[in-house]
Design a protein around this ligand. Structure first.
Ligand code: TNX
Length: 528
């Protein structure tokens, strides 16, 4: 259990108003918020912030007439202000709070201000005093994360519009910034298709936990899920089914662009994946020309892996890859393109490597940074390419020695599609059964020998969908484990431990229930 250590008495906090103070200069105007003592570092936040001091006795009260104050709409600050205003307004069951543009802190209001330079890029400082709240961010993203922390300090009833007429939030000061730049979640929308509205719900739940990368696994043997105008049969045929033979589905380019926009408004970068050269049966079923024997494959609705491969010795295949990457890259403002590259059993090692190296050049020619699953590591790829580690017995240390960066998704820890225990109805077991403590209790920085913290971009929790059909199913496997992924990605290792996490996790239950999340009630977690 976390110690309820009492912190030194009253803290006087100087909030700089106006433009960010220069590194050595004196602020033009200072507005002093007296934080009354005593304070405690105990809290119920997930992920845990770097430093917390909260008052047990004093609070700020958010009312429907509370004003959100910003200096200007520029640099996405207006976006964050409206997000906060909408969130709180909905909590009251009504209109968004009023957003006001002007200088200086708002009396009895919530001020959002940029403080680049003095605060880390994704970091923030949240000061809550009885007379007002100030969130300072190193960037708009930092402000957004400060807003999510404020949200978790507000009553859970905010989440379903039942907050009544006032929402108290404890006074205090929180200073925070993430450990890793990559805090991801992956959705396999290929094995079972997930409509865009469900993906948006998942995005919202990611945002609550300060996750910032949404990896969409858009193609596999069982389904092609994004419209490619130059190869239309990919979706009309390749998107027409799914595991078990259901109707499948796909995103039009407009729907995909809308998901990208929706994510962007929550400071989440979409990472599209088109899995190749294997996991391509849906494409091979759509176009005969992609097969070396010119025979289109039947659609596939089972769950085997490894049996499909593009015809890598044919030029048409590279025209196909170029068209697909070009169209998706044009819809994707984020810098990444994931090419899969996993579980290929139908090619020689030399064929596989040559394919990966050629595709890397295609991805780069469309201005994107390539990502691939661990299998790509032995290919002669550039140091800007990223390896996503997943296989329990693999180790990308040789690629790391060549300068490549790694995303950590070890299957035996954070594959969200593993069963929790032998009684879990959904999920697979090939990497073991994995309860929330297995998902939480490991350190990406020391997990693989020869892969030090500096070479790790961050963590990502993949949710493969062989066994999950509806968003309720996806939620059941993701929660609570996605919260563990979020804390591993955000909170410094020295501040993480299971005994403390389980209590804070248990405290999320009222909020998760208000949000209607179908979460697994893991034993050993004291759910409130
Ligand atoms: C392995 S992880 C796969 C997927 C499966 C998953 C099921 C990876 C890169 N490949 O094709 O869906 O296991 O857990």
């Amino acid at each position: 259990m976390k110690s309820f250590r009492r912190l030194a008495g009253a803290i006087a906090v100087v909030v700089l108003s106006g433009p960010a103070a220069s590194a050595c200069g004196t602020p033009a105007a200072a507005h002093i918020l007296e934080l009354p003592g005593p304070m405690t570092d105990a809290h119920e936040l997930v992920p845990a912030p770097r430093s917390v001091a909260l008052s047990a006795t004093d609070s700020f009260v958010v009312l429907p007439q509370t004003i959100v104050r910003i200096a200007s709409e520029a640099d996405s600050v207006g976006l964050v202000a409206r997000h906060l205003a909408g969130l709180v307004g909905r909590g009251f069951g009504g209109e968004p709070l009023r957003v006001q543009t002007g200088n200086g802190p708002a009396r009895n209001g919530i001020e959002l201000r940029l403080a680049p330079g003095s605060i880390a890029a994704e970091g923030y400082e949240l000061i809550i005093a009885p007379g007002g709240v100030t969130i300072s961010g190193g960037s708009a993203a930092g402000l957004f994360y400060g807003v999510q922390t404020l949200r978790q300090l507000l009553p859970a009833s905010l989440e379903n519009g039942s907050a009544g007429a006032r929402m108290p939030v404890p006074a205090g000061r929180i200073a925070d910034s993430p450990r890793f730049e990559w805090r991801g979640a992956m959705l396999d929308v290929s094995r079972h298709f997930l409509p865009a509205s469900d993906v948006k719900r998942y995005i919202d739940l990611m945002a609550l936990h300060k996750l910032n990368r949404l990896h969409l696994h858009l193609s596999d043997d069982q389904g092609w899920r994004i419209e490619i105008t130059s190869w239309p049969d990919l979706t009309t045929r390749g998107g027409s089914t799914q595991v078990g033979g259901g109707p499948g589905g796909f995103y039009t380019q407009a729907e995909y662009a809308d998901l990208v926009r929706y994510s962007h408004e929550r400071f989440i970068t979409v990472v599209p994946e088109i899995d190749m050269p294997g996991h391509t049966n849906a494409a091979l079923a759509s176009y005969a020309v992609l097969n070396c024997d010119d025979v289109a494959r039947p659609l596939y609705t089972g769950t085997r892996v490894g049996f499909s491969a593009l015809c890598v010795q044919r030029e048409t295949t590279y025209k196909f890859v170029d068209d697909v990457v070009r169209e998706i890259a044009a819809l994707t403002p984020g810098p990444y393109f994931h090419i899969g590259g996993d579980e290929v059993e139908r090619l020689t090692a030399a064929q596989y490597r040559a394919f990966i190296e050629r595709v890397e050049r295609i991805v780069q020619s469309h201005g994107k940074r390539m990502i691939g699953w661990g299998e790509i590591a032995p290919a002669n790829i550039s140091p800007t390419t990223i390896v996503q580690h997943w296989k329990p017995n693999a180790n990308p240390r040789a690629a790391v020695a060549r300068g490549l960066k790694v995303i950590m998704s070890p299957a035996n820890r954070i594959y969200l599609d593993m069963k929790y225990d032998s009684t879990t109805r959904l999920g697979l077991t090939w990497a073991g059964v994995r309860e929330i403590w297995d998902a939480y209790d490991w350190d990406p920085g020391t997990f693989l020998t020869g892969v030090p913290e500096e070479s790790i971009l961050g963590v990502e929790g993949p949710l493969w969908s062989e066994t999950v059909v509806t968003i309720r199913d996806f939620e059941y496997l993701a929660f609570p484990r996605l919260a563990a992924v979020a804390e591993i990605g955000w909170t410094p290792q020295a501040q993480r431990n299971w005994d403390d996490f389980r209590v804070r996790l248990g405290a999320q239950a009222p909020r998760w229930r208000a949000l209607g999340i179908n979460f697994h009630r893991s034993p050993r977690v004291p759910w409130k």
